[in-house]
Ligand binder design. Sequence first.
Ligand code: SAM
Ligand code: FES
Length: 352
Amino acid sequence: MNVEYKDIVDKVKKTESITREEFGILYNTETKEESEYLFEAARSVAQAYFGKAVYLRGLIEFTNYCKNDCYYCGIRCGNKSAERYRLSEEEILSCCEIGDKLGFKTFVLQGGEDAYFTDDMICDIVRKIKAKFPKAAVTLSIGEKSYESYKKYYDAGADRYLLRHETANEEHYSKLHPSNLSGAHRKQCLRDLKDIGFQIGCGIMVGTPYQTDDNIYEDIEFMKELKPHMIGIGPFIAHKDTPFKDEPNGSADKTVILLAILRLLFPKVLLPATTALGTADVKGRERGILAGANVIMPNLSPTNVRGKYLLYDGKICTGEEAAECNVCLRRRVESVGYKVEDVRGDHPDFVK
Ligand code: SAM
Ligand code: FES
């Protein structure tokens, strides 16, 4: 193995920092021996804080209506072929009931930016979930809102908020989104959420069109400044009804390497092995765990709508029931020597 590669891994692990040059070397490793060394280092860091635990987050995709037109996303408003749906409050609560029986201690409500769900409705749903499942954490992932709206959700009991910043570079951001959306506003939302008291998750897609290594390094710098509790990364996967339909998919190999680098840089962060990673590679989620990831987000959406929340082509788990994914995932986690722990799985430093 290249001695330099090994030295850089050791240095990044020790200092929790990385230069642009070091990042380029680690991210572009060409040998299995090197990436194995990186993964081993990432696993040892994850295990120091989390042991061999993997946390589950039950994902409820409650609406695929969206007012935005992001060029990469299958539920963009411009996609007239998408069959739209919304879950009722009762349906959402029944997903939580199923998740509760399966042992899940976090429910993630995710959806497009859908004005049908007013702040009052969201707060009502959050309050009902918290009243029925007081030991569970509620995570929202419903896009860019005002400070006031976020504050209302928090006061209603929501614990966490996921909002990937997508890319920290404004020029790159403008190549992925129409001009009414800005990276600056998305970053401000994340700062607002943190200020209010949420545990926050930012993140990017790996291999989006026009993405450069410089962009990813800027993402790392932004994340170092933001100090999120969770970082969600997954490969970009093209959707056939979007402007990026002919763009190449992001690579699962690159995604796992970036997961490992992030684990070294953010030892205590919650790091999911995403569904997109499991779509890009059948063993993607297992590989993610072996590269330092410690969260998996099984789908809890009712089977009759799963095939409609299609952000990208080929999404896995659209035909399975929640119970099937639950068994499948626990098995997958165990197959690589880890164990699902049925706890809330907050960030180690988080005290409410
Ligand atoms: N509307 C909310 C928001 O904006 O955060 C939540 C839903 S949004 C669809 C969730 C995430 O899906 C995005 O942040 C994006 O990173 C990811 N995503 C969208 N299209 C994708 C694609 N084609 N491939 C991989 N991930 C994608
Ligand atoms: Fe859904 Fe494996 S996680 S079938």
